[in-house]
Design a protein around this ligand. Structure first.
Ligand code: BG6
Length: 468
């Protein structure tokens, strides 16, 4: 019965969304098309993002709900295509005005805006000109970042560069970064390199243009378990770490490629082309904190002689993808799974926070964590989601244990503030504290209903996290 440290009084109790998944209004007021708007590969029976939760038109009502919930932070993303519709051309004042209205509404309610600059929604016009494969996209992003700093720098303190760059590389086809046919993996890691450059430039610019501004990357990070104590499995887990975790965080924090990851890229013939000046650029930008998204852990084993990356049966989990010849992904029999096959691992959350903090010694901000589930709206307008409360409570308890272990934490922004459209399982996979009444294809009235988890989180925030 250890005495746990309290959360600090200025700990940010937040919630998260991303532009294309929540806003809708995909072509309103001069907005350009993003790769998400152009996407057609939706799984059978799931919707597109054109209307989403219609937050663009209902943000005032939503911010009222956030205030009632007691949020002290709101992590959202800006749609690049609202600000610069074609990615590198004219600025769309109406798009800029929308985010001023949103940010002002948050600040009036004492809610700290946490702004993601880019969350899976590259402008389609840039995509058609080669996307992240082209160096011009680095310049376009840096220019876009400058516009954001100049517009919102006096209002926004916390900035996130690129959401889940590591998942964009892993699931390129789903998130609009797919490589070209000849050597798709080489193309992906070239895109990755360009994103690293854009991120470094952006971090440097933030410090130049936003006095007191704090900026960091926001990858999806989790510890990885070896499937057994077999030395080959331990090595496989280390390789997972190098390729999926440290490649991204070493670059952000140390400005250089992780040596194991680089050796793997070189050996496979998929290492990116690096210009002489790149190393200087990569070394010039540093984060003030690390943001991370955490849903579940990964478990891996050494590759089999015959090859194969080992798909986990029935799972659609983000991390359950192996790497040919390096590691296989396996199911962790110690962990329960959610309705969508994702493993649930609160203790792994504590371990992840400790490992990341220990490795980089920067404060951590959790920008996503949550449970995707099928929720039911009852006739009286209630939504009973004890499974979500259980998930969040378990993770918050473990986060508190991590704080007690010495991890410096800035805040916790679970996914998601309100229901929105999942990355590839439609509207039916819900994460929010607020139920948004629509089906995949029947938009109904898009009315908002507070779930049981809303009242639970409200109470938790009131108690500064002590009443988990
Ligand atoms: C993260 C993304 O990968 O996980 C979010 O940053 C996403 O955009 C979330 O929605 C949950 O994944 P999914 O596929 O269940 O929506």
């Amino acid at each position: 019965h250890r005495q746990l440290a309290p959360f600090s009084p200025d700990f940010l109790w937040g919630a998260s969304t991303s532009a294309y998944q929540v806003e809708g209004a995909w072509d309103a007021d001069g907005k350009g098309r993003s790769v998400q708007d152009a996407r057609t590969n939706f799984p059978e029976g799931t919707t597109d993002y054109r209307v989403a939760a219609d937050h663009y038109h209902r943000f005032a009502e939503d911010v009222e709900l956030f205030a009632e919930l007691g949020l002290t932070a709101y992590r959202f993303s800006v749609a690049w295509t609202r600000i610069v519709p074609d990615g590198d051309g004219e600025v769309n004042r109406e798009g800029v005005a929308f985010y001023h209205r949103l940010i002002d509404a948050l600040l009036e309610r004492g809610i700290e805006p946490v702004l993601t600059m880019y969350h899976f929604d590259l402008p389609q016009a840039l995509h058609e000109k080669g996307g992240w494969g082209s160096r011009a996209t680095v310049d376009a992003f840096t220019r876009y970042a400058r516009i954001l700093f100049e517009e919102f720098g006096s209002k926004v303190r916390y900035w996130l560069t690129i959401n889940e760059q590591n998942m964009m590389i892993l699931h390129g086809a789903a998130i609009g970064t797919a490589g070209d046919a000849a050597n798709p993996q080489k193309a992906l890691y070239q895109q990755n390199h360009h994103m690293m450059l854009a991120q470094a430039e952006t971090m440097r610019l933030c410090h130049e243009l936003v006095p007191g501004g704090k900026i960091g990357p926001a990858p999806n990070i989790s510890v990885v378990y070896p499937a057994s104590p077999r030395p080959e499995d331990i090595l496989a887990a280390e390789d997972f770490n190098a390729i999926r975790n440290w490649l991204y965080l070493d670059m952000a924090c140390r400005g250089s490629y992780n040596p194991t990851a680089w050796a793997w890229l070189t050996e496979k013939g998929i290492a990116p082309e690096i210009a002489d000046s790149d190393l200087e650029i990569l070394a010039s930008g540093r984060p003030d904190f690390l943001a991370l998204n955490y849903y579940s852990t990964a478990t891996v084993a050494a590759p089999l002689d015959g090859g194969g990356v080992g798909a986990v049966d029935g799972a659609d989990q983000q991390l359950a993808v192996g790497e040919e010849g390096v590691f296989r992904s396996v199911r962790n029999e110690h962990l329960p799974v959610n309705a969508f096959g994702w493993e649930i691992d609160p203790v792994g959350f504590r371990t992840t926070l400790r490992v990341v903090h220990d490795r980089y010694r920067l404060p951590l901000l959790v920008t996503e964590n949550g449970l995707g589930a099928f929720d039911t709206l009852e006739a009286d307008g209630s939504v009973h989601d004890p499974y979500r409360i259980e998930y969040l409570a378990a993770h918050i308890s473990q986060m508190r244990a991590a704080v007690s272990d010495g991890v410096e934490m800035l805040g916790y922004c679970p996914w998601s503030a309100i229901d929105l459209i999942s990355t590839h399982q439609g509207v039916r996979k819900r994460y929010g504290f607020v139920y948004v009444d629509r089906d995949e294809f029947d938009l109904k009235e898009l009315k908002r209903y507070r779930k049981d988890s809303f009242f639970w989180y409200q109470q938790l925030i009131k108690s500064d996290g002590s009443e988990v």
